[in-house]
Design a protein around this ligand. Structure first.
Ligand code: PRP
Length: 208
């Protein structure tokens, strides 16, 4: 039996669909109610549905052998696991955005950036040789430049709708992101065959 931690929300539908195409029995995940643990109806696998950061925590501690989680969370958090496969689902990018005619990248002096991802933001501005003040925002980051709290944001853009509807423009792409399969280090050795079978089944479904 292997345990797989799936990320709730944005990646939930696409990862469930990918598992189904790969021949896994995900009926219980599709009709989930308030449950949090779901046995596969075909294979010897059980799934947990958790928040992105928790997906990494469960894999690092070996409660889950495998996790499916966004590269955004991987870039921001720890790395005590193996990142094995780019699933090419949940594709989006980190962008730097702000109000029109308010490009934080060309401003001089003290600038403030709002984000849910302080590590990614720090690395990005360090690469640009800029020292910025980072203000951690937990949600609706787009509001922070509109209200004048910050000069710009670093956030995820998928369709671009949230930025557009709030009158913000993109000034730069920080990097592209997508969902990854990560594996607990001990499970990689001790459950090698089961883990690799699972990953190879998914790999066959990854688009070219
Ligand atoms: C993300 C991100 C943007 C939005 C972008 O938030 O922070 O707000 O999605 O998507 P779009 O380009 O398709 O409009 P998310 O939905 O993950 O919610 P959160 O703000 O609660 O983290």
């Amino acid at each position: 039996m292997i345990s797989v931690a799936l990320t709730k929300g944005r990646l939930e539908k696409s990862s469930t669909a990918m598992l189904e195409k790969a021949g896994y029995g995900v009926e219980k995940l599709k009709d989930k109610g308030r449950a949090l643990v779901f046995p596969d109806t075909v294979k010897d696998v059980r799934y947990f549905l958790v928040k992105a950061n928790d997906c990494i925590t469960y894999v690092e501690h070996g409660v889950a052998d495998i996790g499916i989680v966004g590269k955004d969370t991987i870039l921001e958090g720890g790395n005590d696991y193996y990142e094995m496969l780019d699933l090419k689902i949940g594709e989006c990018r980190f962008i730097c955005a702000s109000l029109p005619d308010h490009n934080p990248l060309t401003m001089s002096g003290h600038i403030r950036i709002g984000t849910k991802y302080p590590e990614v933001t720090r690395r990005y501005f360090r690469q640009l040789g800029r020292d910025v003040e980072i203000i951690k925002i937990d949600g609706s980051v787009e509001l922070s430049p509109i209200l004048g709290l910050v000069d710009g944001i670093v956030d995820i853009m998928e369709t671009g709708t949230t930025l557009r509807e709030n009158g913000l423009v993109v000034y730069d792409t920080v990097c592209r992101i997508s969902a990854r399969a990560i594996v607990n280090r001990a499970a990689y050795r001790l459950k090698h065959e089961e883990v690799m079978t699972f990953l190879n089944d998914l790999k066959k479904q990854v688009k070219e």
